[in-house]
Design a protein around this ligand. Structure first.
Ligand code: G16
Length: 552
């Protein structure tokens, strides 16, 4: 490894003195202007990780749900998963090193991780549609090549497509073909097969309206729709031809604002969904005859999927261990429904699909979804092999159920939450069960809830425990939240620093909107009240918080 060459090349991607960024919930994210050195260095790190694991590693240039002027980078591990936590620490150290220290930090990682410098390295790179993404992905490639790594640049991809490519390449084709064609064919074949089983929807008349957040999802759906048109037509909105990425549209906007995206033509009863900027999240919604908006978020998606998978297993006669994984944002009604009505064990992890994914791997079938619509279902290798064998062997109703489950196993992207794959899964389940979007929504009633973003001077002063449901610091914060929520029925609230934006997130739910309004405003609303006796953050930290109302 020629560290001198690295230093020379790094001068073209110089780190602004003193700039410290952390590998957060989903990689590095900030304004695109500050990311050139990060991209170059993540190219270097990807080479070391590839040499160490003797596998292909992925680098995705995207800031997903963040505004268009931001960008970011996510590293993808050999099985298509998010980067291992110990390597996140290396990433932060490498990103923070001043220019003169870069060779030293690289050498330390090589030693600590016993990287064989002679080992070959192969990196695959993808990027979203942001104006800054192409140049930044060239900086990644610059980092890869200066350390002698080989690479394949896929160009424009959704984030879950890149995860899929990495998984395929490292499974020697067992998971699928590592091409766009391979991805489209694998998913579409499974989907069309399932739709043939649906009594009323296999005639090609089914359609759904999709808000693509003006992002990569639109390009990829256009590329793919002819593969599955037999089973579903997609009517695209916010396809990037006019509006700005994620601006007043997309899954994050719809979920957090609890209203339809701009630019979507919605008629009462229309089944609509929104992707986020890199198409790894999806939420559904519709308007009723009175024009009222109804959101169907990740919690209801997880409920639909897990109850359907459970029904299939019952028909096949297989008693497998299914678990559902959520985060603190999961609506209390969803958790109660899953545990008490469906009798499915539910687990709560910290925010970030990397945490949910790992927990879900502990089950025969693990369904994980964040309320924001980020999730998928994982099937253990043994379960996949068994179901595929039963699909061949069994006959009649049992055989039909086993064949359907086998198709669902292929339809889920098991490397990462994937808006396109999830949409096809949901559409297939609704069609097979003959459920309307209203009937799906009526499974249980969400507790009124709201999420706020609050700007603070330094969000890192807030630390949490118990899967982020309890604040540890600053002192007094949790006690103040407890005092507020105990006044309302089934109320719950928490605060946590975001790992993708420079904000603190505040979440509250309660049995009625009035309760919610009172509890969320008090938990989140600091501003000039920072020094009042209701200050849940504590005045001694001097939080210059803006009022909740200005953030909403
Ligand atoms: C990323 C993560 C998600 C997480 C979201 C918000 O989503 O992949 O797991 O829920 O950020 O995280 P935070 O609240 O820490 O900002 P995406 O779609 O932006 O990649």
């Amino acid at each position: 490894m020629d560290l001198e060459a690295v230093s020379k090349r790094s001068a073209f991607h110089a780190k602004p003195q003193g700039l410290i960024l952390q590998y957060g919930t989903a990689g590095f994210r900030t304004n695109a202007q500050h990311l050139d050195h990060i991209m170059f260095r993540m190219g270097l790190l990807a080479v070391l990780r590839s040499k160490q694991t003797r596998s292909t590693i992925g680098v995705m240039v995207t800031a997903s749900h963040n505004p268009e002027e931001d960008n970011g980078v996510k590293l993808v591990d050999p099985l298509g998963e998010m980067l291992a936590p110990s390597w996140e620490e290396h990433a932060t150290r490498l990103a923070s090193a001043e220019e003169q220290d870069l060779p030293k930090v690289l050498a330390a990682i090589v030693e600590r991780e016993a990287v064989d410098p002679q080992q070959t390295a192969f990196i695959v790179v993808g990027r979203d549609t942001r104006p800054s993404s192409e140049k930044l992905s060239q900086s990644v490639i610059d980092g890869v090549t200066v350390l002698g790594g080989q690479f394949h640049d896929y160009g424009l991809l959704t984030t879950p497509q890149l995860h899929y490519m990495v998984y395929c390449r490292n499974s020697e084709g067992r998971y699928g073909q590592a091409t766009i064609e391979g991805y489209c064919q694998k998913l579409s074949r499974a989907f069309v097969e399932l739709m043939k089983q649906a009594s009323c929807s296999g005639d090609g008349s089914r359609w759904v309206k999709v808000d693509c957040a003006n992002g990569i999802g639109a390009l990829k759906l256009k590329e793919m729709e002819h593969y599955f048109r037999q089973g579903l037509s997609v009517l695209l909105f916010n396809d990037g031809t006019e509006g700005r990425l994620n601006h007043l549209c997309g899954a994050d906007f719809v979920k957090s604002q609890q209203k339809p995206p701009q630019g979507m033509a919605m008629k009462p009863g229309d089944r609509c969904c929104s992707f986020d900027g890199d198409a790894d999240r999806i939420v559904y919604y519709y308007c009723d005859a009175a024009g009222r908006f109804h959101l169907i978020d990740g919690d209801k998606i997880a409920t639909l999927i897990s109850s359907f998978l459970k029904e299939l297993l019952l028909e096949i006669g297989e008693n497998l261990n299914i678990g559902v994984v959520q985060t603190a944002y999961a609506n209390g009604s969803s958790t109660r429904y899953l545990e008490e009505v469906m009798k499915v064990p539910v687990y709560c992890t910290k925010t970030g699909v990397k945490h949910l994914h790992h927990k879900a791997q502990e089950f025969d079938i693990g369904v994980y979804f964040e309320a924001n619509g980020h999730g998928t279902a994982l099937f253990s290798e043994a379960v996949e092999a068994r179901i595929k064998r039963l699909a061949q062997e069994l006959e009649d109703e049992k055989g039909r159920a086993a064949r359907m489950l086998a198709s669902f196993i292929d339809l889920f992207n098991q490397a990462a939450g994937d808006a396109i794959s999830d949409m096809l899964v949901i559409e297939a389940i609704l069609a097979l069960k003959g459920l309307s979007v209203q009937q799906w929504d009526a499974i249980y009633a969400d507790l009124p809830n709201r999420q706020l973003k609050v700007k603070v001077a330094d969000r890192r002063v807030i630390s949490t425990t118990d899967a982020e449901r309890q604040a540890v610091t600053p002192p007094g914060l949790q006690e103040a939240i407890n005092d507020l929520v105990k006044k309302y029925k089934l109320a719950r609230a928490f605060v946590r620093p975001s790992g993708t934006e420079d904000v603190v997130r505040v979440y509250a739910e309660a049995t009625s909107q009035v309760s919610w309004d009172q509890s969320t405003d008090r938990v989140g609303n600091q501003g000039t009240q920072g020094r009042s006796k209701h200050s849940v953050f504590g005045s001694h930290h001097g939080f210059p918080l803006t009022s909740v109302n200005t953030v909403l």
